[in-house]
Design a protein around this ligand. Sequence first.
Ligand code: BTN
Length: 257
Amino acid sequence: MPHSDTLDADKIQTNLKTKWLGKKIVIFKSTASTNDIAAEYSKSKDNDGLVVLTEQQTKGRGRTGNKWVSGISDSILCSILLTNSSCNAELLSLTCPIAVTEAIGHKVKIKWPNDILINNKKVAGILLETKSCRNDKFFIIGIGINCHQKSFPVELKQTATSLDIETHTKCDRILLIKRLLTSMEHWLNIAENNPAKIIERWRKLSILLGKRITVIYNRRRFTGNCIGIDPEKGLILQLDRGAVRMFDASLSTIEKS
Ligand code: BTN
């Protein structure tokens, strides 16, 4: 009988070694966007670490206003709610890709801000959203991981991939979600206590460090050499024009080279 990796909260929570992440898991067959569902749960502080998963999204969204499209049960479509984090958005946007990268495995790299690549093709993306309600601030970490896609539309063929394509096997989404939650909790704890370690790990996993790149920021193009990352101010570029400038993750994209 073929092995099924249909989303199942009991299976995910069995032997899950996390302390606070994934204690509550909400699963849908179909929903507009898991990030929207997580936002609804943010009214209660008790929902810190809540995880939303779905087999299908009808209005999945990516960064910079893009759509995030996936066939039914082809991907991990996941949102994690943080109601108690003391981290700033910039540090979180460095931490989440590290956690996703390590959950997926070796040969996986980060393209700042939030693309996860295998063999230079995008296998996962992260949409970090910040909301505030009165004095409370909370974060929603939206993660899409391509798992069972066999091919991609022509406009994505050169740039997108899936775990099944790259590994020539059928990945098990349940196992991968367990690894994702474990890795995410581990790295979020480190972000709270030792941000320097996040920078160190990010530098090892980044494909942009030391490269000449163009950042599009506020519709303007800035070209230079990527010389580092700052946990509060974002990517550091030694501009061709001479100055050193930093770019925050929420407003930046990297021009395709
Ligand atoms: C990107 O690379 O542009 C980010 C993609 C993030 C997609 C995920 S899928 C789960 C969550 N819900 C959404 O609507 N988006 C994120």
